[in-house]
Design a protein around this ligand. Sequence first.
Ligand SMILES: Cc1cc2nc3c(=O)[nH]c(=O)nc-3n(C[C@H](O)[C@H](O)[C@H](O)COP(=O)(O)OP(=O)(O)OC[C@H]3O[C@@H](n4cnc5c(N)ncnc54)[C@H](O)[C@@H]3O)c2cc1C
Length: 392
Amino acid sequence: MTGKPIRRVVIAGAGQGGVHAASSLRRLGYTGELTLVSAESCPPYQRPPLSKAFLLDADPALVELHDPAHYESIGATLVLGDPVTGVDLASREISSASGTTTPYDHLVLATGSRPRSISELRGLRNVFHLHDRSDSTALGGRLRDARSMLLIGGGFIGLEIATAAIDLGCQVTVVERMPSILEHAVPPQVADFLLRKHRERGVEFYLGRSVVTWTAEDDRLESITTEDGTRISADLVVVGIGSAPSTELAEQAGLVVDGGVVVDSRLRTSDPHVSGIGDCARFPLDGRVERLTSVQHAMDSALHVAKQIVGQDAPYRPVPWFWTDQAGVKVQMAGVPRAEYDRTEVTTGPADGLFAIRCFRGDRFVGGTTVAMPAEHVKMRRELAAELAPSR
Ligand SMILES: Cc1cc2nc3c(=O)[nH]c(=O)nc-3n(C[C@H](O)[C@H](O)[C@H](O)COP(=O)(O)OP(=O)(O)OC[C@H]3O[C@@H](n4cnc5c(N)ncnc54)[C@H](O)[C@@H]3O)c2cc1C
């Protein structure tokens, strides 16, 4: 970054990206002040286990990002339970809910995302979303007593919850408005394979159907009805219909926001003293503008901004990757999600149920998905990195 040396960095949001930005800054030799402000009161944690192992065993060690001593050891001031409520771009300071103001030379917005909800179902006692640690603890507790769970939405997080619910002896029904699960997220062969695996475990699917009406009594959702008249009741209902970026702070500050905090190829927002990383940001990638919601992007974008702050300038050109664990299978994806392709190549592994799919647009390898073939996934990431190398 050009201009005066940066001596005060403030990071709004202490999740996967915010914490990695702080740690990376110190590793890269940044010696100035470092403040990490979290809206949440618990120590920073990672989200992937929340829909997997943590649902079965709410052990804080499963999600903790670092030992609490880490923040002191990197000389970061970690402020918990005090959301940033305002950013003054002119005077370069943030204000927090407690009334504290903190000046910055550079501000990193790492505010993440929040789950989309169905407004009519909000506030009903047996309707759950899964985004933060307390959601997972509450849902995990309820799943132990529930006999049946209805999942609205057949995406990654929902299907991971379905996996845990079956493990806990619950009957699971999924209603998905698209004709397949994980539509546009994985190649159809992988979606079909996972659908079969979930069905073998007893999950019932209603695909290509939307929820159109519902009945509630005593603040509990009793049943939903799909457009073809199918009526489904369950003890618990989980809404898993995706996430929306947390952009309120950026909007309040007057930064450009359009489906996410808009950042350039250096991850700078419309104000050069403010960067955006992780789930909240929308950035240029492979000729499109993308918002990625993955651990990979949170970590890579955090490291990238840290490098920018210490003066290592380069465009952000990540190789996106993602994983999901569901129905007893690890599926890994590499490449820009939803990249267009016109040809696939399938490689089968040494045992049943192991396969990899490579997607090509013309001659160009644009991404691939592996089922229980982690070495092949790593190979794909290397090939995609070579595609992105500046010499090409
Ligand atoms: C249940 C679940 C399972 C997932 N599983 C996977 C997986 O298997 N693989 C994968 O790659 N990705 C997975 N993800 C996605 C991954 O966890 C996210 O992409 C990643 O956490 C994004 O990092 P982030 O730093 O942008 O946001 P987060 O980690 O969400 O952190 C943002 C933080 O900012 C805080 N915040 C918001 N507003 C303010 C404010 N005004 N002031 C202060 N703090 C604020 C929030 O409270 C939050 O703590 C999963 C996500 C969820 C919810």
